[in-house]
Design a protein around this ligand. Structure first.
Ligand SMILES: *Cc1c(COP(=O)(O)O)cnc(C)c1O
Length: 346
């Protein structure tokens, strides 16, 4: 089998248990638009995992989940405070602004992908006049785009600042599993107990095909969200096929095993490439990616050997470890990198 790539965690396929659940969901007819047993079970399992009576919806992409969740928190004249490197800003083609009819993203300088209460306070205070959109929400990504992780204390400090400023707190959890796996805490400690109002909980990068759960911890904020999903083309008729993967991922903590394997793979990869001449690992990976600077020509040499990876995220080369990364994938990548750098492969 060819080695697996480190370009993106979305290169990976589905977990066999996810596929099996979809096959099982396929064996019988079921009621449409989420009025079925799989969807109820998936939402119940999510409530169990968070130990909270949350309202749960499913979307097909993280972009749709983020955009619709943020639009639901805002009026069109509001703003959302976000890290300058946030996926909602850099990789969603203006979807949050589009879904909210114009709510503006206000950017906060981030440090290794993270923002903090001081940055939020500064951004919220920049303009107070009627001529500028009124701050209404904050969004953080956990895991961040730079593969750092907010600790429960850091989220709680942001949550406290949001409450003080009258702002709602949204968490882009496309890689939430990696954050929980890295922290070793209860999922509640990174969400509702820390002041998060709504989490977009990523399934696609964790071993599903296309499913993201929008979890409103305050049911009142979820009012009429199903209409927003429907209007945006995100009320899925055969909902059981986006719900069944969650049952498979949450059963037996597969989602955390997947997150742990991805994170551990990044640590192994960072250690395996650290001593190679011309390779500078920028920081120890907290989650499932390694960021590195490479001497001129090295990336091109790796690309020529068939390795795909990007350097537009965070200004360095990014090696992303999917949920199913194997030790031999890491070893093959590191051996090729060493060979390209002119070192011996031993
Ligand atoms: C992958 C990702 C998403 C979701 O992207 P889609 O391609 O729309 O599913 C959202 N946020 C972050 C931080 C991501 O990495």
């Amino acid at each position: 089998m060819r080695p697996r790539q480190f370009a993106s965690d979305t290169y990976a396929g589905m977990h066999p248990a996810v596929l099996a659940a979809m096959v099982e969901a396929n064996s019988e007819h079921a009621a449409a638009y989420g009025d079925d047993a799989w969807t109820r079970r998936a939402a119940d399992r999510i409530r169990e995992v968070f130990a909270h009576d949350a309202e749960v919806f499913f979307c097909l992409t993280g972009t749709a989940a983020n955009a619709l969740a943020l639009a639901h928190l805002c009026q069109s004249y509001h703003s959302v405070l976000a890290a300058d490197c946030a996926h909602v800003e850099t990789d969603e083609c203006g979807a949050p602004e589009y879904a909210s009819n114009g709510a503006k993203l206000i950017l906060i300088p981030s440090v290794h992908g993270r923002i903090d209460p001081a940055g939020i306070r500064e951004a919220a205070a920049r303009r107070k006049d009627i001529h500028f959109p009124k701050p209404r929400a904050v969004t953080i990504s956990n895991t961040t785009e730079l593969a750092t992780v907010y600790t429960p204390d850091q989220v709680a400090a942001i949550g406290a600042a949001c409450r003080e400023l009258g702002l709602a707190l949204h968490c882009d959890g496309a890689r939430f599993a990696n954050a929980v796996a890295a922290s070793g805490c209860h999922p509640a400690d990174l969400t509702w107990r820390a002041g998060v109002d709504v989490l977009c909980f990523g399934g696609s990068k964790n071993g599903a095909f296309a499913t993201e759960a929008v979890v409103f911890f305050d049911r009142r904020q979820a009012r009429e969200f199903e209409y927003r999903c429907k209007q945006a083309g995100q009320l899925i008729s055969k909902m059981r096929f986006v719900a069944a993967p969650w049952v498979a991922l949450l059963d037996g903590e597969r989602w955390l095993d997947n997150g742990r394997n991805a994170n551990a793979s990044a640590r192994t990869l960072a250690a395996a490439v650290a001593g190679i001449p011309g390779v500078t690992v920028l920081r120890p990976p907290e989650a499932n990616a390694v960021f590195a600077d490479l001497a001129p020509g090295l990336a091109e040499a790796m690309h020529a050997r068939g390795w795909h990876f990007y350097n537009f995220i965070g200004g360095a080369h990014r090696w992303m470890c999917p949920w199913d990364t194997r030790p031999e994938d890491v070893a093959a990548f590191a051996a090729d990198l060493r060979a390209c750098a002119g070192g011996s492969a031993s």
